[in-house]
Design a protein around this ligand. Structure first.
Ligand SMILES: NC(=O)C1=CN([C@@H]2O[C@H](COP(=O)(O)OP(=O)(O)OC[C@H]3O[C@@H](n4cnc5c(N)ncnc54)[C@H](OP(=O)(O)O)[C@@H]3O)[C@@H](O)[C@H]2O)C=CC1
Ligand SMILES: O=C(CO)COP(=O)(O)O
Length: 338
């Protein structure tokens, strides 16, 4: 392995985004150890510098290696990056936490809200590891894994309550193709990232039903209003929702055929059931779970959240995508800024 100027980063796990972000980190000058839960994935990365399951055809840099041994991955890593499915993070991290170095910064790349607890990923990280806000960060923005892995130019947000930590992380992931901005609004970034997946599902449903750009633009705009309503009630900076981790990511997800959430919604719009869609892919579509948690969170805070509510109904099979469109349009009329 090469000796990189920045030191060692451990990345969990070797799915699409963990692998693509490892390329960013390696290009930025870190030595990266990527944890995979299946030995064949780790072996292929080490032998062929390729993650054949998630990013076939993309050559990984020499300063990325892989292991299935969490303790080995975490040893000496001053930055730990987490990219598991949101709903398994608590269980995964409980296993890994004893091996995390005492002062390591823990970074969430995940875009979901835990079912049941309604916790954001930074809250789960705090609860499981005991790390304080100065050691917990979020990186979120319009970052479709395949495009990032191909080193197409993109920007993102590195958020941490401690701005100095955000600045240090910014340097750790600033590569020739990846431009990170700092923020102290962890909450706003996390809600923007989780909500855009739910809006992406709704847009996908409209596309699957055969509707065009007026419909999708209307859903995107009202989805952003709904996101901002809840995020502001919880204390987020409204400008975060207008930025890369809000509007930026919403636009990328809702307009790209690469988005798993949009594709999942498209299949629902075409009449497939949730079970049939799950059976057709192993890839995570976070919005299919977070629609329930965001709906519950909005209800808890007394926020009107029709997009989360109706998407949740369609995913649960209690409504069709067409029912959802009809119900949205038939709602009581009101002022746009209410
Ligand atoms: N893909 C993208 O473009 C982006 C994704 N994200 C976010 O990153 C997070 C991860 O998504 P992504 O990498 O795309 O997902 P993928 O579906 O591509 O990969 C999921 C990864 O999680 C592993 N995994 C699955 N189940 C478990 C489990 N029970 N315990 C531990 N690991 C498990 C998979 O391992 P295995 O292969 O063995 O099943 C795989 O490595 C999500 O929150 C997503 O919203 C954020 C920005 C961009
Ligand atoms: O978060 C993403 C892009 O920023 C990836 O979106 P999907 O999970 O819908 O593919």
């Amino acid at each position: 392995m090469t000796s990189a100027p920045h030191g060692k980063v451990a990345v969990f796990s070797a799915g699409s985004w963990g692998t693509a972000f490892s390329i960013v980190l390696a290009d930025a000058g870190n030595d990266v150890t990527l944890w995979a839960r299946r030995p064949e994935v780790a072996d292929a990365i080490n032998a062929r510098h390729e993650n054949v399951d998630y990013l076939p055809g993309i050559e990984l840099p020499p300063n990325v290696d892989a292991t299935t041994d969490a303790e080995k991955a975490l040893h000496g890593a001053d930055v730990v990056v987490l990219a598991t499915p949101s709903q398994t993070l608590r269980e995964n991290l409980t296993e890994w936490a004893p091996h995390i170095e005492d002062d390591a910064v823990i970074v969430s790349l995940m875009k979901g809200v835990e079912l049941g607890s309604l916790n954001r990923m930074s809250e789960v990280i705090h609860q499981v590891t005991g790390a304080g806000p100065e050691r917990i960060a979020v990186i979120s923005g319009p970052n479709l894994a395949k495009e990032i892995a191909r080193r197409e130019p993109a920007a993102s947000v590195v958020a941490c309550a401690d701005e100095e930590v955000a600045k240090r992380l910014q340097q750790r992931c600033h590569s020739p193709a990846f431009r990170p901005y700092t923020s102290v609004d962890v909450l706003g970034c996390e809600l923007g990232g989780a909500y855009k997946n739910v809006v992406g599902l709704a847009v996908g449903m409209a596309v699957g039903l055969g509707f065009g750009d007026n419909t999708t633009a209307s859903i995107i705009t009202r989805g952003l209003a709904e996101t901002a309503r809840l995020a502001m009630k919880l204390g987020a900076n409204p400008l975060t929702l207008m930025g890369l981790a809000g509007l930026g990511d919403l636009v990328a997800t809702c307009s790209s055929p690469l988005s798993r959430n949009r594709s999942f919604g498209e299949k629902l719009g075409q009449g497939m059931t949730t079970e049939e869609i799950y059976a057709s892919t192993r890839q995570v579509a976070e919005g299919a779970k977070s629609c329930s948690s965001l709906r519950a969170l909005a209800e808890q805070y007394g926020c009107d959240a029709p997009v989360a509510r109706y998407v949740d109904e369609v995913v649960a099979g209690t409504m069709t995508a067409q029912d959802m469109m009809d119900a949205v349009l038939a709602r009581d009329t009101k002022a746009e800024t209410d």
